[in-house]
Design a protein around this ligand. Structure first.
Ligand code: 13P
Ligand code: SF4
Length: 303
């Protein structure tokens, strides 16, 4: 197999009428061979609209589940079904039901980084790229937002007239980014711009010249004239940043920011998944039908 593995993946992909989707945090070699690479919103649209029978989703579980919810007739495979998202597991059905009981008049807005069972109790989903647009189209004054307290806090700052009830979840990789590591890089690269994902804490967002999703960060850096950028998000994004901007300098604060679950995809397990057609994402139909509403509302309200 060896170096032919990429060719064999491509061959199997066409035999199976499959498409490979990858998030920007995936390993470089996976992004390189994927048919589409993008942020959570873009990938959810491709999963909804693509014509292939099979989607191999190189990402984490909530992404595969969202694809299945939107496209129940397609087979959704993941190279490693254990690739989860610790933040999405920080709230369960009981947690959301408790909040709904306590705030019966609030609309429930769920980050797409949540389980299918939780989405089934949400009114609308958002992604980091679509959240502000969606909130502009929501009339309610009282909003339950879950599970990411940092993204929720970022949104709440833009809508001070609304009351936000935030679940205290977080992504440990973004939450642990340190102010001192950013200042250290800024002292060394005086002209550097700081580009921040909204899953970061407020003290990090406050240092940002730009705050946005992975796609937003890539577009901002690509359209800017500056040479140096401090990138406050998962380091898989460097692959696309460097590809689009070979003459610019991208710096990750601290030693490394690497999501262990995003790195569970390998060429080997991707190949084996296409060969064996196993590792299928399953969402119970009653849950799927309820969760679909929140994702359809996301696509509708983001327009
Ligand atoms: P986006 O790619 O939508 O910015 O989301 C990042 C993320 O949390 C993926 O886990
Ligand atoms: Fe979840 Fe954070 Fe990993 Fe994204 S980077 S999948 S939010 S744990």
């Amino acid at each position: 197999m060896g170096e032919n593995i990429v060719e064999n993946i491509k061959l199997l992909k066409s035999e199976r009428n499959a498409i490979i989707l990858a998030h920007y945090y995936q390993p470089s070699e996976i992004q390189e061979l994927a048919d589409h690479v993008g942020d959570s919103y873009y990938l959810s649209e491709i999963a909804r609209d693509c014509k292939e029978d099979v989607i191999v989703f190189c990402g984490v579980k909530f992404m595969g589940e969202s694809a299945k919810i939107l496209s129940p007739n397609k087979k959704i495979l993941m190279p490693d079904l254990d690739a989860g998202c610790a933040m999405s597991d920080m709230i369960d059905e009981n947690g959301i039901l408790e909040l709904k009981n306590k705030y019966p008049n609030a609309i429930v807005i769920g980050y797409i980084n949540s389980t299918a069972k939780v989405k089934a109790h949400c009114d609308v989903c958002v992604t980091s790229s679509s959240a502000l647009d969606i909130l502009n189209n929501v009339d309610n004054d009282e909003i339950i937002f879950l599970p990411d307290e940092n993204l929720g806090g970022y949104i709440a700052e833009s809508f001070p007239e609304k009351k936000f009830i935030l679940w205290e979840g977080y992504c440990k990789y973004h939450h642990n980014i340190k102010v001192c590591d950013i200042i250290h890089l800024k002292n060394k690269y005086k002209e550097a711009l700081v580009l921040v994902h909204p899953e970061c804490k407020k003290e990090i967002r406050d240092l940002g010249d730009y705050i946005g999703s992975t796609t937003g960060i890539i577009e901002y850096a690509t359209n800017s004239e500056k040479k140096d950028y401090i990138i406050a998000t998962e380091e898989g994004i460097l692959y696309e940043l460097n590809k689009k901007n070979p003459n610019k300098n991208f710096l990750i604060p601290g030693e490394s920011i690497s999501c262990i679950d995003m790195k569970k995809t390998t060429l080997k397990n991707l190949y084996e998944t296409l060969l064996n057609m196993d590792n299928e994402v399953v969402v119970e139909e009653t849950v799927r039908v309820k969760a679909l509403n929140s994702l359809l509302n996301m696509h509708k309200l983001a327009e």
